[in-house]
Design a binder for this molecule. Structure first.
Ligand code: AMP
Length: 852
């Protein structure tokens, strides 16, 4: 089944499904050594564990779209791997290849296109997968119905996960993009699974046979065998290693809509004159084998029984060793259920094992064969433990009562009970979490609402293999999943409220040195003078080299201090007079004063003893501001960064910040006539809002996200001129279209969209949300804080209501002087679906149209 997911949700979904899955397996529905339900770990494309040199491709469009940029959920380079040429229908020339360095059991793949903060729109509609265990023999993956083509992405940003049914055992994997028409394609990918500790590289066996049982055709072939199939099967792996054990009744299958006998590979005694079936197993290296587990059908009323004896030979060099070991399991003529039979291998060292399984009845059917060796330890609870000590016998010995897997049922029952108790405890703990209620009531998980819709609709519409083959699939939307996400939510919320110090994510540590804010440490840092808190990447900016900054070092001595404009934890803003500033500036900026007169500038200064994070942040703000040139963005005139204290010199806005400015004013009207307070007309307020929209339009056109738009961060000059300031929190979308909040941060929650608070996702659309709040503040003349009647905790609770979208969320009320169309505009900025919010261009146009 296809799922379109946000990166945040995707990380959750691929987590192993424990403990429910464990329960599922313990209850005997499926038991095997490696379980597709548990083995779903990201293998390191997004986490960085897969090295760049292990990612290669058939070709690349440019250095910045090389194979190494094909990592899911990464925005480095130009945002994805893109092949050199347009992909044509039916052409399978291009591929992105991953070398996992060792054999892995791969259960799931994730793909994404190139979004690059909105400038990219390339993705693979479809793709095929090829894999190899040795790097030379490549096998095309096909699903259980034989189809090779996998449905890919529908847009450039959503992650689409696909279960591989059957799973792959491989070291090398190739993604081969396909399209139905000639198109540019880019891909980012991830593989999910776990290491294949069996070390089994192939098995050779006689082909499975065809049984007719009471007129029913039962096909006992190995339908997913990936080696050569002639009279016998050679050099491949298949159903015996796919992690799916057969049901008791071999005519049924876990996989609905497949033929009877699907789960099993089976043979008829009459076709084997020696009364045995020989299977050879080849391994990646010499191993010390302890046991082999064979999942056998035992439907004796239908002439199917587990093997009565097995004789195994070992080979570590060229010849098979003698004597072999032999083992005879307990024959069970009472219980017809399928079971794992555990065969002791007595610590034999070998890289190949040849076993002859002797018929006990007309038919013998296996669905899984697993090996336990020195390193091969999976979750042993997935296969029922063998309580009887295994012993070996020589060939020809009579079967004796030595091993009986059914004896383990009591133990399994105990384990199930323990797991139930554990589950109950976990549920109770979760129940007590503050946000449990909120999430429990929710029916969907808050990834972008587009994806929510697409995934749920695809669930309704499709009878996809995912749902049929893999019964855990629909869990993706179950409330229990939401409960499992609860701790993460509360963590994010606590961070938002600044109460929790969360550990750095493993991803963050995997990407040391990568200036990606999503994974960066965040420190609680006061704005130089304001109360803002900035998120600071733990990277040292190489700003002083000057190569990144389009602004020059200004001679500090030419600045003459006049007065202090503001003050904060890490510095001050001074009003300074400066001579010769005009000569220093490029022609594209002019002061509206006499060229020979000194000009007034604002100097934002970082205290010399500010910590490294504060310095980095200050330098980052300079870097961002130096690139912005717009009439509604405060202009950076120069910097003093060659010595301490670091300074940025900006144009002076004589009326200070918009919040203070409006707080000092009353709306023009009758009541104002009676007071001495200065007044402001609605038209001026409207004009100021339009200027903010214009500045934001410019910012969003450069893919910059401000992240802290509010009246306190807008400056007012002469004649109600507005310029947006305070870029301490802003980031360029090119470095990632969303940012995850890790660590401690105090954030302006009353201005933040629900997805910024709950998911740590900051985009232009979340800036639009903040604009709506800023517009509200403006029309309220900053007489009230947004949601002033709500505590911080209630604001977060209200955010939950926005996410639930059950019409219980509270919106900021319509300000008294706000015309209906403008309030409608405000409300549109707070739409739950970020994609339905207007762009800044739309907002600007609407404001122009509504101008009075
Ligand atoms: P900040 O630390 O950037 O938030 O600045 C603190 C305060 O200093 C602002 O709220 C303004 O009142 C004032 N301020 C900052 N920059 C300027 C400027 N360029 N012109 C006038 N006042 C400023």
């Amino acid at each position: 089944m296809m799922k379109s997911l946000s990166p945040f949700e995707m990380r959750q979904l691929v987590k192993p499904k424990f403990p429910l899955v464990m329960l599922f397996y313990l209850l005997g529905v499926v038991r095997s050594q490696v379980s597709p339900g548990v083995c779903r770990y990201p293998l390191g494309m997004s986490g960085g564990q897969i090295q760049d040199e292990d990612i290669s491709a058939s070709s690349q469009w440019s250095e910045s779209t090389a194979a190494r940029y094909g990592r899911l959920d990464f925005e480095e380079g130009d945002g994805a791997w893109c092949p050199e040429i347009t992909v044509e229908p039916d052409s399978l020339k291009e591929f992105l290849q991953i070398d996992l360095r060792s054999l892995h059991f791969i259960t799931l793949v994730g793909t994404q296109g190139r979004h690059a903060g909105g400038i990219g729109n390339e993705f693979a509609q479809m793709y095929k997968i090829k894999y190899s265990r040795d790097g030379s023999r490549w096998i095309s993956w096909r699903n259980r119905q034989g189809r090779q083509v996998i449905e890919g992405n529908r847009n450039a940003y959503d992650i689409v996960l696909k279960d591989l049914e059957p799973p792959i055992i491989a070291r090398f994997v190739r993604f081969m993009p396909m399209t139905d028409h000639s198109m540019n394609v880019c891909m980012r990918v991830e593989l999910y699974g776990c290491e294949w500790l069996d070390g089994l590289v192939s098995y050779n066996a006689p082909v499975g046979q065809h049984m007719i049982f009471q007129g029913l055709h039962v096909y006992l072939n190995d339908s997913v065998y990936d080696g050569a199939v002639g009279y016998s099967m050679t050099e491949g792996l298949g159903q015996l290693t796919d992690g799916m054990s057969g049901l008791d009744d071999f005519t049924l299958s876990h996989v609905y809509s497949v033929w009877p006998g699907y789960d099993y590979v089976g043979w008829n005694n009459e076709s084997f004159p020696e009364g045995q079936v020989e299977i050879t197993f080849e391994f990646d290296r010499i191993r010390n084998f302890t046991t082999m587990k064979v999942h056998c059908n035992n439907m004796f009323p239908r002439n199917v029984k587990m093997f009565k004896q097995v004789v195994c030979y070992f080979r570590s060099e060229t010849d098979w060793e003698n004597p072999p070991i032999a083992f005879s399991p307990v024959m069970d003529n009472v219980d017809p259920s399928a079971r794992f039979v555990t065969v002791p291998l007595h610590n034999h060292m070998a890289n190949a094992i040849k076993c002859q399984y002797y018929f006990a009845d007309t038919w013998m059917m296996f669905s899984e064969i697993t090996f336990q060796s020195d390193t091969a330890m999976y979750n042993t609870t997935l296969a029922p433990p063998n309580t009887d000590p295994p012993t070996s016998t020589q060939p020809g010995d009579d079967p004796t009562h030595k091993v009986d897997d059914s004896n383990t049922r009591i133990l399994i029952g105990c384990l199930v009970a323990i797991i139930f108790i554990l589950v109950a405890i976990i549920v109770i703990i979760l129940w007590r979490q503050v946000w449990q209620k909120m999430l429990e009531k929710s029916e969907t998980f808050p990834y972008n609402s587009n994806s929510t819709r697409s995934s749920s609709s695809s669930e309704q519409e499709s009878n996809s293999t995912y749902e049929r083959i893999f019964p855990l699939g629909p869990d993706y939307q179950e409330p229990s999943r939401l409960i499992r996400k609860l701790p993460e939510f509360s963590q994010v919320m606590e961070e938002a409220a600044g109460t929790n110090s969360a550990p750095k994510s493993p991803q963050a540590s995997a990407q040391e040195g990568v200036p990606h804010y999503a994974e960066a440490d965040i420190v609680n840092l006061q704005g130089v003078t304001g109360s803002n808190t900035y998120a600071v990447p733990a990277v040292t900016m190489d700003l002083l080299s000057g190569k990144d900054v389009a602004v020059e070092e200004f001679p500090r001595k030419l600045l003459t201090f006049k007065e202090k404009l503001g003050e904060g934890q890490f510095g001050e803003v001074h009003l300074c007079e400066v001579e010769g500033m005009q000569d220093f500036m490029n022609e594209d900026f002019s002061f509206d004063t006499n060229p020979n007169m000194p000009v007034l500038v604002a100097v934002k200064m970082l205290r010399a003893d500010a910590n490294k994070n504060a310095r980095n942040d200050f330098l980052k703000e300079i870097k961002i501001m130096s690139r912005l040139k717009d009439p509604n963005i405060v202009h950076l005139l120069g910097v003093c960064v060659c010595s301490d204290p670091l300074c940025m010199i900006t144009e002076y806005m004589e009326n200070g910040d918009l919040n203070q400015f409006l707080s000092r004013h009353e709306p023009e009207g009758l009541s104002a006539l009676l007071s001495t307070t200065p007044t402001v007309r609605y038209s001026n307020l409207h004009d100021m809002a339009t200027q903010i929209a214009s500045g934001m339009k410019y910012l969003s056109s450069l893919n910059f996200v401000h992240r802290d738009l509010a009246t306190r961060n807008c400056l007012v000059g002469k004649n109600y001129t507005i310029k947006i300031a305070d870029f301490g929190m802003s980031r360029n979308l090119y470095s990632g279209d969303y940012y995850r909040i890790q660590g401690r941060a105090v954030l302006p929650i009353r201005w933040m969209s629900w997805e910024s608070i709950l998911l740590g996702k900051f985009t232009t659309a979340s800036d639009v949300w903040a604009f709506g709040v800023t517009l509200w503040e403006t029309l309220m003349l900053c007489k009230e804080q947004p949601y002033s009647q709500l505590s911080d905790e209630q604001v977060i609770e209200n955010t939950g209501e926005f996410f639930r979208d059950q019409k219980r969320q509270s919106y900021l009320p319509q300000p008294a002087i706000c015309p209906d169309p403008i309030y409608k505009l405000m409300l549109s900025c707070w739409r739950r679906n970020a994609k339905e919010r207007p762009s800044f261009q739309n907002i600007y146009n609407t404001l122009l149209e509504c101008q009075v």
